[in-house]
Design a protein. Sequence first.
Length: 352
Amino acid sequence: MGDENGKRNDFIKLHRMHQLASAQVACLVAAWMRKKDLQNASASKANNQCIWTKVMDDALIDAYLNQHNIGNRVGGTFTTHAFENIVNELKAKFSDKLIDKERIQNRMKHIKRCWFSCYDIFKNGMSGFGWDPITEFFIAEPEVWQQLIEIKPAAAEWKTKPIRNYEKLVQLYGKDRATGQYAETALEMRKRKASIEVENNVGGHNFETIDEVEFIISQQEIHLDNEDAVNMDAQIPTQPSKSQAESFVGSSSKKKSAKKGKVDDENISNAIEHVAQAIMSSTHEMIKSNELPIPEHEVWSLLNQLGVEQHITSTCYLFLVQRPKMLRALLGCPFEHRKDLLLQMLDGENLR
């Protein structure tokens, strides 16, 4: 009975060990597959995005303002012809970008929302304030700022935050904003946030864009066409040329991303291999521990050498061949003490 319990315990340990190792492998494989899914989804999303720079924002606002000035806006609404002209103008200037009517409208919605938060504070020509088109900051004496911040705490943000194209946007939307024409309703806000959540969810996983886009955004150099993805006021220390930007995104970052992906794959592969080796090693050790250290016929000879009484020789033999660990312990004992140890083992199992 004791031997059967020992074997059962060994089997349970081995089974649990395999379960744990299998779970570790499953986690590693799942992590690797999720990483691949995110990379594929991110690449697919990036391929369908228009990446907006500050220069493109400036060109977009100028295009809108031009259509406004030539009369392609009726009752505060731009005509279909106006949008066609805006799209064509931006396509001509930025031929390598994905630009269409929906993208320019979404981008302008984002620009307006950022501008509205500023305009609602400084509209109607706040006394003592002026907007500097060079620095793109609102300027005023410190005491004037302090008075405004006490009345409108949100104004503190614009003391150190620039706003691009402020006066052009006043020409485009100042009148409409004053009448509340472009106020966003709660329902519109919920729909917009819901659409963004759906857009950013692929295969049940939220994900970021490809590595180079993530890096550039972190450096506040560009914006995505998702109007709520980033803030309008992100600044570029120095505007890179088109060839420099393409070189950076198309070469350095992609090489870095590819190298990082290769390293990650190798790490996961190595980890899985290590777990597999651990399973094989543990299984081998378990099997080895259940093997007899000496052949069965030598066990019988050993009992004769120890002078074991004939009436218990068979009992001792069966005891030792069924318990490799006990036999191993017996062989590790000095020869002159082996018989006493064996008899103690039998007494412990109530076999004598």
